[in-house]
Design a protein around this ligand. Structure first.
Ligand code: GDP
Ligand code: MG
Length: 358
């Protein structure tokens, strides 16, 4: 299963436009009530280069699932309407928070002004409102068991109350510096305010990439250790509809080397501590995803559980070495095929072959 991300943001900030830009789905903007969901291959220029070298029968990219939820309206009356909408992003691993950083009197908005700080706070409030309900249910559910002396219930109940109290003070769970144990206690709640966030500044042209709204958003992001990706939503959505060979040209005109999809993927991977490694051959060239710091057997287990169970060793080529030396044979001759054991931490860009006991 690939990585899964959910788009959040105020109505008319450009979520569906960005959804189209990154998935090339060409979804109609004016429906508004539909939930959009797409699974896309993660573009990776390294794969393309290896395909040119191996001419495999199959090429398998890592995938990204993107979910675009319709109109998350600001709830004036504290109703839980938006909580229902947010239910759709309960199972994503990261949030892509789209913030309107472009001024355009022709595009209506919730407010008369553009103000990323206000918008981020508003969306965080919605996330926290949804989490309050979930946590309250959990607190009520564990209460009786905790009172009867059940140790797990006592711990979970206490942690849920702690997270709930901080949320009432306006601190999203992801900013609460929770311990691994506290996170484990509320894991089943799938708290939306706990999910890591990548901010997307939706701008008109790349010339706006340094406008004051983007600066404000960058400051907010830095404060919570997050990243901001600037995307010309509308233009890039148009470009995504072109034939693949034409896209690069138009992206260059916008002053971009990578599509927003690639930039987002890199930011999301970094935020989640994920890396890519590869397997290559005439049969298939394939990208795999694991956690930074995963040891060789764990990474091998992503390919097949048998490879983890029967792990003997891993032969590793560096992607850069392979490209520089031009072939596996030349790389081996240069002494750059490294044999690694169980304690080896797989690195981004490793090309691996696992030897294992069947
Ligand atoms: N000028 C301009 N308009 C945009 C941009 N991105 C989105 N829009 C417009 O903003 C409106 C709302 O976009 P949409 O993606 O439907 O917002 P959503 O409600 O967050 O899904 C649409 O009319 C878009 O054409 C942009 O980068 N520049
Ligand atoms: Mg929309």
């Amino acid at each position: 299963m690939g990585l899964s991300c959910g788009l959040v943001g105020l109505p008319q900030c450009g979520k569906t436009v960005i959804f189209n830009a990154i998935t090339a789905a060409g979804v109609n903007l004016y429906g508004g009530s539909e939930l959009n969901r797409a699974i896309v291959n993660l573009p990776d220029q390294r794969i393309n280069k290896m395909v040119n070298m191996y001419h495999p029968r199959k090429t398998i990219y890592a995938t990204l699932e993107v979910v675009d939820i319709p109109g998350l309206k600001v709830s004036q009356d504290g109703s839980n309407r938006s909580s229902k909408l947010l239910g759709n992003i309960k199972n994503v691993e990261a949030l892509l928070h789209v913030v309107r950083c472009f001024e355009d009197a022709n595009v209506p908005f919730e407010y008369d002004t553009i103000n990323p700080q206000r918008d981020v706070e508003t969306v965080d409030l919605e996330l926290m409102a949804a989490d309050s309900i979930t946590l309250k249910n959990k607190i009520e559910r564990t209460e009786k068991k905790a009172k009867s002396g059940d140790k797990d219930a006592i711990r979970e109940h206490g942690h849920a109350e702690k997270v709930f109290a901080a949320i009432q003070e306006g601190i999203p769970a992801r900013k609460q510096k929770l311990t691994a144990q506290e996170i484990a206690s509320v894991k089943e709640c799938n708290l939306v305010s706990l999910k890591p966030v990548v901010y997307i500044a939706n701008i008109k042209t790349m010339a706006d990439a340094a406008n004051k709204h983007v600066s404000v958003l960058k400051k907010i992001a830095v404060d919570e250790g997050a990243e901001v990706i600037t995307i010309c939503g509308k233009d890039e959505a148009d470009i995504s509809q072109l034939a693949p060979e034409e896209r690069a040209e138009f992206l260059k005109d916008l002053g971009l080397q990578e599509s927003s999809m690639e930039r987002l993927m890199h930011a999301a991977y970094k935020r989640l501590g994920l890396i890519s490694f590869f397997t290559v051959g005439e049969d298939e060239v394939r990208a795999w995803t694991c956690q930074q710091g995963d040891k060789a057997p764990t990474a091998a287990g992503k390919i097949h559980t048998d490879l983890e169970k029967g792990f003997i060793r891993m032969e590793v080529m560096r992607y850069e070495d392979l490209i520089e030396l031009g072939s596996e044979a030349a790389l081996t001759k240069a002494g750059k095929l490294h044999v690694q054991g169980r304690d080896y931490e797989v690195q981004d860009g490793d090309i691996v072959q696992v030897l294992f006991n069947k």
